[in-house]
Design a protein. Structure first.
Length: 53
Protein backbone atom coordinates (compact mmCIF):
# COMPACT_ATOMS: atom_id res chain seq x y z
CA UNK A 1 0.00 0.00 0.00
CA UNK A 2 2.77 2.46 0.88
CA UNK A 3 4.36 1.88 -2.52
CA UNK A 4 1.08 2.73 -4.27
CA UNK A 5 0.78 5.95 -2.28
CA UNK A 6 4.42 6.78 -2.94
CA UNK A 7 3.86 6.45 -6.70
CA UNK A 8 0.44 8.14 -6.79
CA UNK A 9 0.08 11.61 -8.26
CA UNK A 10 -3.30 12.29 -6.61
CA UNK A 11 -4.15 11.29 -3.05
CA UNK A 12 -7.71 11.45 -1.69
CA UNK A 13 -8.00 11.80 2.08
CA UNK A 14 -11.43 10.98 3.56
CA UNK A 15 -11.95 12.23 7.08
CA UNK A 16 -14.90 12.61 9.36
CA UNK A 17 -15.81 15.48 11.63
CA UNK A 18 -14.67 13.58 14.71
CA UNK A 19 -11.13 13.56 13.31
CA UNK A 20 -10.76 17.30 13.88
CA UNK A 21 -13.09 18.01 16.80
CA UNK A 22 -13.01 17.53 20.56
CA UNK A 23 -15.57 15.25 22.23
CA UNK A 24 -17.73 18.31 22.97
CA UNK A 25 -17.90 19.14 19.25
CA UNK A 26 -15.58 22.15 19.19
CA UNK A 27 -12.74 22.31 16.68
CA UNK A 28 -9.44 20.79 17.75
CA UNK A 29 -7.05 23.38 16.34
CA UNK A 30 -4.01 21.22 17.10
CA UNK A 31 -5.37 18.37 14.98
CA UNK A 32 -6.29 20.81 12.20
CA UNK A 33 -2.78 22.24 12.22
CA UNK A 34 -1.21 18.79 12.02
CA UNK A 35 -3.52 17.82 9.16
CA UNK A 36 -2.75 21.04 7.30
CA UNK A 37 1.01 20.53 7.71
CA UNK A 38 0.90 16.93 6.47
CA UNK A 39 -1.26 17.79 3.45
CA UNK A 40 0.93 20.81 2.66
CA UNK A 41 4.09 18.70 2.84
CA UNK A 42 2.58 16.17 0.44
CA UNK A 43 1.41 18.95 -1.91
CA UNK A 44 4.88 20.51 -1.82
CA UNK A 45 6.40 17.14 -2.75
CA UNK A 46 4.39 17.13 -5.97
CA UNK A 47 1.25 15.25 -4.94
CA UNK A 48 -2.21 16.58 -5.74
CA UNK A 49 -4.24 16.41 -2.54
CA UNK A 50 -8.03 16.05 -2.30
CA UNK A 51 -9.62 16.36 1.14
CA UNK A 52 -13.12 14.92 1.48
CA UNK A 53 -15.22 15.31 4.61
Amino acid sequence: MREKIKNATTIVVKMGTTSVTHQNGTLDLRKLEILARVLTDLENSGKKMVLVS
